[in-house]
Design a protein around this ligand. Structure first.
Ligand code: DLL
Length: 435
């Protein structure tokens, strides 16, 4: 049985929660208006003052904040406190354009650690655990976020950092790590390597996995759980908003509780920007409610998901966020059809013999978009007779077409062909860009 870290906030009755949200929202708006030029200008343009926001519904009157706002104000222009009050600086990976820089006050760090402690406790982590962190220690928020959360719980932290897979496995064996922290794709890299080295995961002490930082499917969860013999849980966050600790699973593993006393969530249509009714699938927009150094108002996450307001048997009252379908800017449009890499993943995992490593390559031939899915298959299938291989390819191709509504060429590659990454997996190579 796992406990609840912050019962007061995690199980707060809805009415009280909304009252708290409103108070915190008003404080945040005042702070942002007073101290951040970008926000003051945005408010002024619309002729709105912070005191005009009198209810949670009034939030809709305010404009969105985007990554571009952060980029334009690089590095510290969006900070609401002087640098002498900032005790930590992180940055987002910045695969496209300039990275965005984020800052934390002492109090921000305290709140952040407590948010991470929430999903760790929900996953069953206690002060008796040994937590091996395989995220890279550095500007990325993953390692330090989980590190401070684990320390808040009183667990023993093993800051293994990223990479060096053989050493990670040796640490697991020697130190008897009970909790594995990292990206889900790295968990599979570890499982593959153990298989190669002849290390039986059953001989390890692992019992809980805390995975996040990238989208992953239910099928991938089953794969990780059955290969590493641990309970795999999902947690979500993004650097701009805080890092890990925006939302995390409870023992039900049926959506991630979004910590609504700290973040206000909306779902909007990514194209029109209009707010969608409860339960709709759309882009998640977050407003920070406690952050001092970097308050964000209606930040467009680009992540596509839906929110479930129905009560959860675990007793937590906050809304549950579904696994994301990927980012709206990762969404591929193939001959007019919207395709998320996660849909391809679900198909592949449903087929026997596919390995959990794949890459989608999109190109343009003349005016036609073409999609190729490279999949690693077991050696048995890779070296199978031509006829069987053809049947296998046909089967995968058909399933992809029927699920996605668009056809793809499937190419089998031998195990180990697709490059492994120590951080987030690269699922899409889009060669149409830059034409
Ligand atoms: O990835 C923060 C984090 C670290 C979360 C470790 C969880 C664990 P960024 O590098 O800024 O921050 O990337 C944020 O990663 O907008 C999502 O697109 C994606 N992402 C993060 N967690 C999940 C998840 C960290 N559990 C971006 N499921 C986000 C799906 C996720 N996508």
């Amino acid at each position: 049985m796992s406990g609840i870290w912050d019962r007061e906030h995690e199980c707060m009755p809805r009415e009280e929660l909304e009252q708290l949200q409103l108070e915190r929202l008003q404080a945040t708006l005042n702070r942002a208006y007073k101290n951040v030029t970008c926000y003051r200008n945005k408010f002024k343009e619309l002729g709105i003052l912070p005191e005009d926001i009198r209810s949670l519904a009034d939030l809709a009157k305010l404009p969105y904040t985007t990554k571009d706002d952060l980029r334009l104000n690089y590095p510290y222009g969006m900070f609401a406190v002087p640098l002498r009050e900032v005790v930590r600086i992180h940055a987002s990976s910045g695969t496209t354009g300039k990275a965005t820089v984020v800052g934390y006050t002492k109090n921000d760090i305290k709140i952040w650690s407590n948010l991470v402690a929430r999903f760790m406790t929900a996953a069953g982590v206690t002060h008796d655990d040994l937590v091996q962190i395989t995220f890279g220690y550095g500007l990325f928020t993953g390692a330090f976020g989980l590190h401070y959360g684990a320390e808040a719980i009183g667990a023993s932290v093993i800051p293994a950092s990223a990479g060096n897979t053989d050493k990670q496995i040796a640490i697991m064996q020697d130190y008897r790590s009970t909790v594995l922290v990292g990206t889900p794709s790295y968990a599979l890299t570890l499982a593959d390597r153990m298989e190669k080295l002849g290390v039986d995961p059953k001989t390890l002490a692992l019992r809980v996995g805390l995975f996040g930082g990238e989208p992953w499917s239910e099928a991938m969860r089953r794969e990780i759980e059955s290969r590493l013999f641990l309970s795999a849980t999902d947690n979500y966050g993004l650097s701009e908003v805080i890092g890990p600790g925006v939302a995390g699973e409870c023992p039900e593993k049926n959506g991630m509780h979004l910590y609504e006393d700290t973040f206000l969530a909306e779902i909007i249509d990514p194209d029109t920007g209009l707010i969608l009714p409860p339960g709709s699938v759309g882009e998640l927009v977050l407003t920070t409610l406690t952050k001092e150094a970097l308050p964000l108002i209606r930040y467009r996450t680009r992540d596509i998901t839906s929110l479930d307001y129905s009560p959860c048997p675990c007793g937590r009252t906050s809304v549950r966020m579904k696994k994301t379908m990927g980012r709206s800017d990762d969404m591929l449009i193939i001959r007019g059809v919207n395709v998320f890499p996660s849909q391809v993943e679900e198909v592949l995992f449903s087929i026997d013999g596919c390995q959990p490593h794949y890459q989608i390559v999109v190109d343009r031939k003349g005016t036609m978009d073409v999609m190729e899915v490279e999949i690693e298959v077991t050696e048995k299938i890779f070296f199978d007779e031509m006829k069987k291989q053809r049947q296998f390819l046909e089967n995968v191709g058909k399933k992809i077409t029927s699920t996605l509504g668009v056809s793809a060429t499937v190419r089998l590659v031998e195990p180990g062909h697709i490059p492994r990454h120590e951080g987030k997996a690269v699922r899409v190579v889009d060669r149409r860009r830059g034409e």
